[in-house]
Design a protein around this ligand. Structure first.
Ligand SMILES: [Zn+2]
Length: 319
């Protein structure tokens, strides 16, 4: 394993802020493909950081025991927003900048923008496929899924189907995506999958294990890893377009309480939970599912306001 530092800045209070890249080279002169894994663009999203640990540990052991298995090249960038990760915040502290809204930006007058540029340039120079790991916010918990902007769907759906996800969600483009890593790399013809899973500031080992298996499967199916043993079965994700996603919203401000598990196949009319007024001891609302499908987003943070998202259901259609 080769360790490189692709961006560095001396911290005036001591130490330095660095983006580290771990590389596993190919046993062949010309790698069949180059795959990169990126995590921690948002500093409070830790699922991907842990996933990178799993990937590095596994590949390191494989490199030591079966170096010929590496037909392609693999790069892992486990913590690309170190300042934000250090304080467990989504944004780069002090600047309050979202590093994943600085990609493709010509203006590099700030440190976060400079780091964003170093990262995207390095990924561009060393990748054919990129996987960018994200977690949800504090309010909503997500089943392992890949989100694809419509204009890139033809190239990305076949790759996303290899990744052991529950859901692949194709959605229209919007200006807000134009400064993200995924959008900018896809525009430059580097296939980039954006993974969303779990919730921020937590690690769900079961989801991470599922995605880890998916990443190994992706590496095998793209010819990057050549392993003789049979590939384990992976999930076939539900492919959904915006019209196949039902959003359930709160009708009242209160506390949302639910005992339905994320990942449940629900029926129309099934109970999702209640919204209660704790001060008056009243149930304000009993919330039911509006359709049949897979519960793939669920509110974890109980405080609601009118219109607060409570759940999303993927209506059925297999890839
Ligand atoms: Zn994120």
């Amino acid at each position: 394993m080769k360790t490189q530092n692709i961006a560095s800045h001396k911290n005036p209070l001591g130490g330095s802020i660095e983006i580290i890249k771990q590389t596993f080279t190919s046993a062949q002169d010309k790698p069949v493909k180059r795959v990169s894994f990126v995590a921690g663009l948002h500093g409070d999203e830790l699922e991907g950081v842990y996933l990178c640990h799993r990937i590095i540990a596994t590949l390191r052991q494989l490199k030591a025991t079966r170096p010929q298995a590496f037909r392609g090249e693999i790069h892992v960038y486990p913590a690309v927003n170190p300042a934000a990760l250090g304080s467990a915040t989504r944004l780069w502290p002090f600047f309050s900048v979202d590093m994943n809204r600085k990609m493709g930006d010509k203006n590099v007058a700030s440190l976060p923008a400079e780091f964003a540029r170093s990262l995207i340039e390095d990924l561009q120079a060393s990748s054919d496929i990129v996987v960018d790991f994200h977690a949800s916010n504090l309010h909503l918990k997500e089943l392992p899924q890949i989100r694809i902007i419509e204009e890139f769907d033809k190239k990305l759906i076949p790759l996303a189907a290899l990744c052991n996800m529950d859901v692949v969600w194709v959605h229209p483009s919007a200006p807000v995506f134009e400064s993200t890593l995924g959008y900018n790399l896809n525009r430059k013809k580097i296939a980039t999958l954006v993974v969303e899973t779990g919730i921020c500031l937590r690690i769900h080992q079961d989801y991470c294990e599922q995605i880890f298996q998916g990443m190994i499967h992706l590496l095998r199916q793209t010819g990057v890893l050549d392993l003789a043993d049979p590939s384990p079965e992976i999930k076939q994700p539900l492919l959904v377009h915006p019209k196949q996603v039902a959003l359930v919203q709160a009708g009242h401000a209160g506390l949302f309480v639910s005992d339905v598990a994320l990942g449940t196949q629900v029926q129309k009319g099934d109970a999702l939970g209640t919204i209660v007024d704790a001060v008056r001891g009243e149930v304000l609302e009993t919330v039911t599912f509006p359709a049949e499908g897979l519960l793939f987003t669920l509110r974890e943070q109980p405080v609601t306001y009118q219109g607060a998202p409570l759940a999303r259901i993927a209506l059925k259609e297999t890839l």
